[in-house]
Design a protein around this ligand. Structure first.
Ligand SMILES: NC(=O)c1ccc[n+]([C@@H]2O[C@H](COP(=O)([O-])OP(=O)(O)OC[C@H]3O[C@@H](n4cnc5c(N)ncnc54)[C@H](O)[C@@H]3O)[C@@H](O)[C@H]2O)c1
Length: 313
């Protein structure tokens, strides 16, 4: 299997590459704005993977680089949902247009299989756990809207051009080599000023946290086992973990265990943040895949892993 991973030098992409190299040659297409060579250096050194440093917005370059591959994994996106508040075009370009470019390059190259990293943010602000068919409520962030648009485009490409489309809606992914997210953010803040940790919101926001190893394994499971030409699966544990719990674990893993946690208040971390997100994993479980780690366990593991990276030791 010749794999083409857009955003392959990033957090999820590098863990996915750890698995893909056993299946055949892997091309990582990454503009390296967030991705790091060190995340994939062993695969580059062994020759199992090659890196093309280029932008998904460059359709000609993307199309040329994709030639000769069997499957595309599209993982590139704006990494922080809240950045859309200050740069409202960001998700249109890095989300919707980059995703369309990826599909168009696949169509031009006759690549028949396309895996898309979507997100639970497509479900919007709903208090009940959401299954794949629950889209009564629409996204509330520009990031979520761009994922939703990407899914719709993929459905159309699947129908019009025969592309086999595999959409996975992730929970919040955590683990080593993180490039963003609450755990990394909290650990970095505690390193910069060990006496206190300021946290957006009241700490009661709770989300399903997915360990990155479960995320990479789930993506491949869907690719290998999903029936039909358009497959949509939630990829998340059934439980959630609160921001308060994450903050406490990060303080406990930091050099100053007495650091005080200061909450900015309010139910949302920022406008567009979904305060309580729950995603039903039953459809993917029905296909035969269950994540190894609950949300609480994924967070515990990830705090230890990220703390080692940030604080050393
Ligand atoms: N991490 C999460 O919690 C989470 C949750 C839900 C969905 N997702 C989705 O999963 C995917 C991977 O997330 P991640 O956490 O690994 O993010 P990441 O930022 O670590 O990885 C994305 C990679 O894409 C690259 N990239 C960004 N824009 C690009 C462009 N225009 N052209 C080429 N390369 C570009 C970056 O350099 C980076 O290496 C993203 O699509 C993200 O929206 C992530």
């Amino acid at each position: 299997m010749r794999s083409f991973v857009i955003g392959g030098a990033g957090f999820v992409g590098s863990h996915l590459t750890d698995l893909l190299v056993a299946r055949g040659p892997v091309t990582l297409y990454d503009n390296m704005t967030i991705g790091k060579t060190e995340f994939v250096s062993s695969h580059l050194a062994s020759g199992a993977a090659t890196l093309v440093q280029a932008d998904a917005l460059d359709l000609d370059r993307l199309t040329a680089a994709m030639a000769g591959h069997d499957v595309v994994f599209h993982l590139a996106a704006n990494p922080e949902a809240r950045w859309g508040l200050e740069r409202p075009r960001l998700d249109l370009e890095q989300g919707t247009i980059a995703t369309w470019n990826a599909m168009e390059a696949a169509r031009k190259n006759g690549v028949s299989r396309f895996v898309f990293s979507s997100s639970g943010t497509v479900y919007g602000n709903v208090s009940e756990p959401c299954g794949e068919e629950d889209l009564g409520s629409l996204p509330i962030s520009l990031y979520g809207a761009s994922k939703f648009a990407g899914e719709a485009l993929l459905s159309a490409y699947s129908e019009c051009f025969g592309l086999s489309a595999y959409i996975c809606r992730f929970g919040n992914v955590v683990g080593p080599r993180g490039t963003h997210g609450a755990i990394l953010d909290f650990c970095k803040k505690l390193k910069a000023h060990p006496e206190y940790l300021d946290v957006l919101g009241d700490g009661r926001q709770a989300k399903p946290y997915l360990h990155v190893t479960d995320c990479a394994a789930g993506l491949l499971y869907v690719l290998d086992n999903a029936p039909g030409r358009l497959a949509i699966y939630n990829l998340a544990p059934p439980d959630t973990t609160s921001v308060r719990r994450i903050a406490e674990l990060c303080v406990a893993a930091s050099p100053n265990k007495a650091a005080r946690v200061e909450y900015s208040g309010g139910t949302q971390g920022w406008p567009g943040d979904v305060p309580l997100s729950r995603i039903k994993p039953e459809k993917l479980a029905g296909l035969g895949f269950r994540v190894k780690h609950t949300s609480d366990r994924a967070v515990e593991l990830a705090v230890a892993e990220v703390a080692r990276e940030v604080f050393g030791g």
